[in-house]
Design a binder for this molecule. Structure first.
Ligand code: UGA
Length: 441
């Protein structure tokens, strides 16, 4: 079987390369000229561990990149739609790229080289989108009937940025959403062949359930984070309280589970904030006001302000203070700063009149595009700490974990550290004015 993967972004490229590495023939399509040229030259347009090696190993062997969608579709049996579904300014979901790609696929399958091509939506889409917008567009442009002349499916992706390759290679579950047996059989045998060694559990369901599973999964994880952030904020006001101990204890209850209980400055990235907002809008549009999900959003939106409030309470006026911010990306192991709480916190620090120096192992080039000369950018942690009055740790990069009290003492004017991720062991910091989110005073 040959696969076409339309859209080589954060989801499409890792999926295409993992499939190619497993031995499938994959044709990746990227319409953006800059990204297409980068991939054609053997480089990944964003930072993602392991991905560049996968590209080197598969390019021009099992993986081919093109900007010609018609070529890719005409030569493929299964076509994955991995295009971006970004947010409009009014926070509604923008399905333009999805519709355009579906129209182009429709035109290509009209010519009909391949028998019963299967089109799979992998982009995150509001429930009912696959069976309305995608299906209607495909049928309109191909003049063919779904279920008879081509198959349609929705296969959500659960991988995380920063661990995309591992997550796609070892999924906790493969969800195959189809409305007919022929399409389900084709996808079942494709995934059996991609996962011939690991054999992950597979759930076969309808298209609408697949779309919902993706939104509900992200909504639950985001709610878990807002929950533990709420508890951390409460702990901050209780002498002796420790959110780490509490998360560890409740996480041992198998009904709760220990993952995604790390309190911090709030969830960011291109998924949770957008998906929650799309899901809330969708739910309202069908007549239900999802109060719990709205609270999850509110907690997250106010968390950066909470961080500023804690800093101000501890350090007093921030006007004129030199502040070192460690960590810009929305999480470690990525250069992605979309919806990163660090951006909101830096904006607030500048508004309050602080001078901000920043460090991040990967994200500084992206940060410069937003703040240009308003910040000092440091590729070295010691230089970032030099002559500052306060250090705020915002991302959980491994390199911050190994910082010692001495690193702060010898560089800073006043060794005062606010650790929003509790990444440093407090016992190492007894000689520093160290405070953390979720540790009561
Ligand atoms: C998230 C989901 O975890 C993936 O399953 C999903 O496929 C993806 O969205 C998507 O829809 O495409 P991702 O956004 O890459 O993945 O990153 P996460 O590891 O989930 O982290 C999201 C945010 O939550 C980050 O800002 C992270 O720092 C924060 N977070 C995560 C916490 O604050 N605490 C935690 O315990 C976990």
């Amino acid at each position: 079987m040959t696969l076409a993967v339309i859209g080589l972004g954060f989801v499409g490229l890792p999926f295409a390369l993992v499939a190619a590495k497993s031995g499938q023939k994959v044709i990746g399509v990227e319409a953006d000229k800059k990204k297409y040229d980068t991939i054609r030259n053997g480089k990944v347009p964003f930072y993602e561990p392991k991905l560049e090696n996968f590209l080197k190993e598969t390019k021009d062997k099992t993986f081919e990149v093109t900007n010609d969608i018609n070529y890719a579709v005409s030569n493929s049996d299964i076509i994955f739609l991995c295009v971006n579904t970004p947010e409009n300014e009014d926070s509604s979901v923008n399905l333009t790229y999805l519709k355009t790609a579906a129209a182009q696929i429709g035109k290509s399958i009209k010519k009909g080289n391949n028998e019963f091509p299967v089109i799979v939506v992998k982009s995150t889409v509001p429930p009912q989108t696959t069976e309305s917008l995608v299906k209607n567009t495909l049928e309109e442009f191909s003049l063919k009937k779904v279920g008879e002349e081509f198959g349609l499916a929705m296969v959500p992706e659960f991988m995380r940025e920063g661990s995309a390759v591992n997550d796609i290679q070892n999924p906790h579950l493969v969800v195959i959403g189809t409305n007919d047996d022929k399409t389900d059989d084709r996808l079942t045998s494709l995934f059996e062949s991609i996962y011939q060694n690991s054999k992950p559990p597979t759930l076969h369901t309808s298209i609408v359930n697949s779309e919902l599973i993706k939104y509900v999964n992200n909504a639950f994880l985001a709610t878990k984070i807002s929950f533990i952030n709420t508890i951390a904020n409460i702990c901050n006001n209780i002498p002796g309280a420790n959110v780490e101990t509490i998360a560890e204890a409740i996480g041992r209850d198998p009904r709760i589970g220990k993952l995604f209980l790390n309190a911090g400055p709030g969830y960011g990235g291109s998924c949770f904030p957008k998906d929650l907002s799309d899901f809330v809008n969708y739910s309202k549009s069908i007549g239900y006001n999802p109060l719990l999900l709205e609270s999850t959003q509110q907690v997250n939106q106010t968390q950066p302000k909470k961080i500023i409030e804690i800093i101000t309470k501890k350090s007093g006026e921030l006007h004129g203070k030199q502040i070192a911010v460690l960590g810009i990306s929305f999480k470690k192991d990525t250069d992605d700063i979309r919806q990163s709480p660090s951006i909101k916190i830096i904006h607030q620090l500048l508004e309050l009149g602080a001078n901000v120096k920043t460090h991040d192992p990967k994200a500084l080039p992206n940060l410069k595009k937003i703040f240009s000369d308003k910040l000092v950018y440091c590729t070295d942690i010691a230089k970032c700490l030099k002559d500052t009055d306060l250090c705020v740790i915002l991302t959980d990069w491994d390199e911050y974990q190994s910082l010692s009290a001495d690193d702060f003492i010898k560089n800073m004017n006043e060794p005062r550290v606010f650790d929003t991720r509790r990444i440093i062991n407090p016992e190492k910091m007894l000689t520093v004015d160290y405070f953390a989110l979720g540790y009561g005073n």
